[in-house]
Ligand binder design. Structure first.
Ligand SMILES: Nc1ncnc2c1ncn2[C@@H]1O[C@H](COP(=O)(O)OP(=O)(O)OP(=O)(O)O)[C@@H](O)[C@H]1O
Length: 671
């Protein structure tokens, strides 16, 4: 595979020849098109849609995950670079964030957990080669430096172990150059000599080591310039000066860097168009440039401390400089424009993370799928999942034959759409209300007001209840209808079960009826139609109808435009579980009032139970209050279940068709 990738650099420089190997014998990538034309088109699909491509067929997945695809996109300037940042979070554990440099508005996203063995490490190396991210060495408070290396394959979204470093080291510097990783200097374990350089060759998955007395142990930073690795060292290494050494891989020599260059190199560095830029944070934050012709450091611009919180680090992509401060607050500017600007730099920026993590290291790679992509795009939109959910069995068969996958199917291992809990600031939550399952809060997510529904730990701690609940949410997340409250995701929280839906600021139909009493006919009919459309959508769901089971005015919410939307159909599953465990359903909040007889009798039931509840809600809208208002809801449900009692219908309150609707609903025995 790696050999093939080396070869395909040359093959694909000029065009699509590198994909010739895909042509033979297999079914066409796109039926009716030669593969090289299909590839020409597919490679131009933006990065954010690759997870969708991944799911169309096995062959498309193999293509998107291949080195050839990666190289082709890079060689044709189609690649979209993502920046990876290694941070230490509040609990003192390593974590990794990623930023899509073309979509800054999406902000930093946390990627899949790092290998558990290295979570507590410090001084690790973090470097990129191709589409792989390497996490090397490091040490812990009680753990000596290690030689372990882990490799993250961004196209597969997996971590694996790679060949260990030649010697254990931590707090070293690392650079990628000519397709190899160099791990330089740092501190070692008691038995190892870190005054050496380890070189990793991905073609052989092996490290080779060379010792040189010029390699300093106290390394601050490094950068690749003119095909050489420049390493900046701390103050204390030799006398009281900052000094730097340079490694030339062409002859394997280490030399000291001239003092004029070394003394002005006072911070993280990047190279843009062969010019060295340094972020000097010793007084304010200034971007300096090394002007080789006059051999001087020249100030390019300065950054407002209001924009950034030092310590800052730098990454360059093309002519763009990304400056990351504390909590990954990020400022981006074009270095050419910055040079023409006087004074404080104004630029685009990415807000810092709420968790205020301290970043310690980062790098960037050319993009391949990451956890964020899978999390954001995959679950609700997999072609096979969609085809199944809409009952297009013939399309399912085609997709299955081509190796399509269904991550949201009922038997799926990844049934719900996760939202990183750091994206929602629960500290600023506003309590909207409380139901049988927990509190509902108004919170902000990605700049939008959303409702966060918390599930009491007494309910969510039951594993069966939780699993059923997540299964229901997996179903809900696929639904889209103007009269259905939009489910947005489950908050990935270590010890809470919280899910996010759209926020409907006008409250529930229960609130409306309480406020207004009896509704005029036009409004009541409009509301009834809204509910009916939403319910019809649920009942028409394929391959199985979704039955609400707990349709009440409290579970019908109104948006700002006055449209009603049905919610909480997933929760009826929990109610079942609660019943099974001896809990009451939602009696306290009045569900008994709208409960169909067969549900009360705990018989098997179908869509008609929702029709029953719907009829009672319609009745209530015309009547101006719940039927049999004074009666105890549970006794009422009992009477309806065992004595066939039904609310009375006064002829003057209802228009004739509504009266029929009401009777049909109340006495509907079959679906
Ligand atoms: N998406 C939402 N947008 C705005 N308000 C909401 C949203 N979801 C729920 N609420 C409000 O929060 C309160 C509690 O809702 P919740 O669904 O937890 O309980 P309920 O429906 O009142 O009762 P039950 O738990 O018995 O169904 C209600 O007043 C409801 O109007």
């Amino acid at each position: 595979m790696e050999n093939a990738s080396g070869k395909s650099v040359e093959q694909t420089e000029s065009g699509l020849e590198g994909f010739g190997q895909f042509d033979s014998e297999q079914a066409a990538l796109i039926p009716g098109l030669p593969d090289h034309i299909a590839l020409f088109c597919l490679a131009r699909v933006p990065r954010k849609y690759h997870p969708f491509l991944n799911c169309v067929s096995k062959r498309w997945r193999e293509l998107v995950c291949s080195d050839e695809w990666h190289l082709y996109r890079r060689n044709n300037c189609l690649a979209e670079t993502w920046i990876y940042a290694l941070c230490i979070d509040k609990s003192d554990q390593l974590c990794c964030y990623v930023l899509d440099s073309n979509q800054l508005q999406r902000g930093w996203k946390r990627i899949q957990d790092l290998p558990s063995r290295c979570l507590k490490r410090k001084g690790v190396g973090f470097e990129v080669l191709g589409k792989k991210l390497y996490l090397c060495g490091g040490c812990g408070w009680i753990e000596e430096a290690t030689d372990e290396v882990y490799c993250y394959d961004a196209s597969m979204n997996t971590w694996n172990t790679a060949s260990p470093l030649s010697i254990a080291r931590c707090y070293f510097t690392y650079e990628a150059l000519d397709g190899k990783i160099y791990a330089i200097g740092g501190l070692g374990s008691k038995s190892s000599n870190p005054q050496s350089c380890d070189t990793y060759d991905p073609l052989t998955d092996s490290w080779s080591s060379s010792i040189d007395p010029n390699i300093p142990p106290d390394i601050e930073d490094s950068v690749v310039l003119d095909g050489k690795i420049y390493v900046r060292c701390g103050f204390s290494a030799v006398s009281s000066h900052v000094y730097a050494v340079v490694y030339d891989p062409s002859n394997g020599t280490w030399q000291h860097v001239d003092a004029d260059m070394a003394c002005g190199w006072r911070g993280p560095a990047v190279v843009i168009n062969g010019v060295l830029y340094v972020l000097d944070q010793t007084s304010g934050i200034r971007l300096m440039k090394w002007q080789e012709d006059i051999r001087e450091w020249v100030a390019v611009t300065r950054l407002s401390p209001l924009l950034m919180r030092p310590p800052c680090r730098l990454v360059a992509i093309g002519k763009k400089v990304f400056v990351m401060g504390k909590g990954l607050g990020t400022v981006v500017f074009d270095v050419e424009n910055a040079a023409n600007m006087d004074g404080v730099l104004v630029s685009s920026s990415v807000p810092r993370l709420i968790s205020d993590d301290d970043e310690i290291s980062w790098d960037y790679i050319f993009p391949f799928p990451t956890m964020e992509d899978h999390g954001l795009h995959s679950s609700s939109s997999k072609p096979l999942s969609d085809a199944r959910s809409f009952g297009h069995m013939d399309i399912c068969r085609i997709l299955e034959a081509l190796g399509g996958i269904d991550p949201v199917g009922l038997d799926s291992q990844a049934p719900y759409y996760e939202i990183d809990h750091t994206e929602v600031n629960m500290a600023d939550r506003i309590l909207i209300g409380e139901g049988a399952y927990g509190e509902v809060y108004l919170v902000r997510w990605r700049g939008t007001e959303v409702a966060a529904k918390t599930i009491r730990s007494s309910i969510a701690s039951n594993q069966t209840v939780k699993e059923n609940f997540l299964k229901e949410l997996a179903l809900w997340q696929k639904l889209r209808h103007p009269n259905i409250v939009q489910f947005l995701g489950v908050l990935k929280h270590p010890d809470r079960l919280i899910f996010i839906t759209e926020y409907l600021r006008n409250g529930s139909l229960y609130d409306i009826l309480k406020r207004k009493g009896r509704l005029d006919t036009l409004t009541a009919v409009a509301y009834a139609l809204d509910i009916a459309r939403g319910m019809n959508y649920l009942h028409q769901h394929k391959p199985r109808a979704i039955i609400h089971r707990d349709l009440t005015p409290r579970n019908v919410l109104q948006d700002e435009a006055g449209r009603l939307k049905v919610t909480d159909f997933g929760l009826s599953k929990i109610a079942q579980e609660k019943d099974a465990h001896g809990y009451r359903m939602t009696g306290g909040t009045g569900s008994f009032r709208y409960m169909a007889p067969e549900v009360f009798r705990r018989e098997s039931y179908g869509k008609s139970v929702d029709v029953f509840s719907f009829a009672l809600i319609v009745h209530e809208m015309f009547q101006g209050g719940p039927s049999n208002k004074g009666e105890d809801p549970e006794k009422l449900a009992d009477k309806r279940a065992y004595e066939d009692s039904r609310p009375s219908v006064s002829s003057h309150v209802y228009p004739e068709p509504i009266k029929f609707l009401f009777f049909d609903g109340m006495f509907a025995m079959e679906d």
